[in-house]
Design a protein around this ligand. Structure first.
Ligand code: DGT
Ligand code: MG
Length: 371
């Protein structure tokens, strides 16, 4: 398929200025200020600092009211000296000069723009930036740049998949996936995960777990689902990854590593008449459909609980829970398993509740996991 780039305009560059409405309140947009600092640290490969800013943003987000003075942050966890300095500056001047400087930085702008494309990570973005490329047009017109299949799809459907997905759109997709999975295997188990399971109104994609009541029956199911979506003519892109899951391996300490379950990253076509209240549209777009990113993950049923917890997120919540398990309980867990280092054994988990019981914690509902 030939890439149509006529609609890429310079206005697609992001770069909202981060300022506050009131000089004396830390408002929602100041989490964005910390997010800019986190992102910039990520682009500079400073993972520790990136995490510190994300953690601080998540603490501020969880507060019941806006911060009105530096004193109000006393005793809060995870606010390091850099974050304190940002808050102080915003309280004093209504803005953070370091954040504004980053937002005006050419490299930051280019890397932010490039990594907004599905399939483009910080390394590729950096490579393109170093070649002197600054816009989508320049990338797509550069003969030496070989886009892979995922990146081509990322550009092709950029307008749709960079737009948020509404709850109604996620529900419509759930119906489609459910019908498809159950047409193939009526007793298969399907769960909507990710942000929508946490009750979020909007997301960037729609995540699902699929498994079967008996261990082993999940083999081959996903490929069958993919074929069926293809037959319905709604599959716009598919990357399938087979399982590399090894039940003897201890849970990983590396949070960023993807899990080893069989999965697929899809772009699916969703029609207007499938969504209650209609599709979200860009101005002037009269198409009867939009493209949406969908992830399907297939853990074996005995790993369903840990997979569900991991894929429900949020990233920050799961990262903190894993840290708590390691530091406070000498336990390791990831999407595959929960392991007790003291007893030197894997702990069996059938439900998410079991995981919290093993960790000696009260159950946390999905809607309370929006850290
Ligand atoms: P969204 O889609 O941006 O509204 O927000 P989420 O929370 O649905 O995020 P998403 O779709 O990127 O991923 C869903 C959850 O799955 C996320 O909360 C954490 C987990 N997850 C996704 N990718 C990875 C990964 O590469 N490693 C780990 N450990 N977890 C991941
Ligand atoms: Mg998601």
């Amino acid at each position: 398929q030939v890439l149509d780039i006529s609609w890429f305009t310079e206005s697609m560059r992001e770069g909202r200025p981060v300022t506050v409405e009131s000089r004396h309140h830390i408002q929602v947009r100041d989490f964005d200020a910390l997010e800019v600092l986190a992102e910039s640290s990520e682009f500079n490969e400073n993972e520790g600092r990136c995490l510190a800013f994300r953690r601080a943003a998540s603490v501020l987000k969880s507060l019941p009211s806006a911060v009105r003075s530096l004193g109000a942050t006393q005793g809060l966890p995870c606010l390091g000296e850099h974050t304190e300095a940002v808050i102080e500056e915003i309280l004093q001047f209504g803005r953070c000069f370091k954040v504004e400087e980053i937002q005006c930085d050419e490299r930051y702008q280019a890397l932010k723009l490039f990594t907004s494309v599905f399939g483009v990570g910080p390394k590729t973005a950096e490579k393109w930036y170093r070649r002197g490329l600054r816009s989508f047009k320049e990338i797509l017109n550069e003969p030496a740049i070989q886009l892979n299949k995922m990146q081509r799809a990322g550009f092709l459907y950029y307008r749709d998949i960079s737009k948020t997905v509404s709850k109604a759109e996620a529900q419509a997709l759930r119906c489609i996936i459910e019908e498809t999975v159950h047409w193939i295997m009526p007793d298969a188990i399907l769960a909507l995960t990710g942000g929508f399971r946490r009750g979020k109104e909007y997301g960037h994609d729609v995540d699902f777990l699929v498994t079967t009541p008996e261990l082993g029956r999940e083999e081959g199911l996903l490929l069958h689902v993919i074929d069926r979506l293809q037959d319905q003519g709604i599959l716009l892109y598919c990357e399938h990854q087979g399982t590399t899951f090894d039940a003897t391996k201890l849970p990983s300490c590396n949070f960023e590593a993807m899990d080893h379950f069989e999965k697929c990253f899809l772009i699916v076509r969703l029609y207007e008449d499938q969504v209650e209240g209609g599709l979200q549209r860009n101005p002037g777009d009269s198409r009867a459909w939009r493209a949406i990113r969908v992830d399907l993950v297939v853990p074996p049923v005995d790993r369903y609980a840990t997979a569900l917890l991991g894929w429900t997120g949020s990233r920050q919540f799961v990262r903190d829970l894993r840290r708590f398990a390691r530091k406070e309980r000498r336990m390791l867990f990831d999407n595959h398993a929960l392991y007790d280092k003291t007893k030197k054994m894997f702990l069996s988990t059938t439900t998410e509740e079991d995981i919290f019981v093993h960790l000696g914690l009260e159950y946390v509902e999905p809607w309370q996991r929006n850290a």
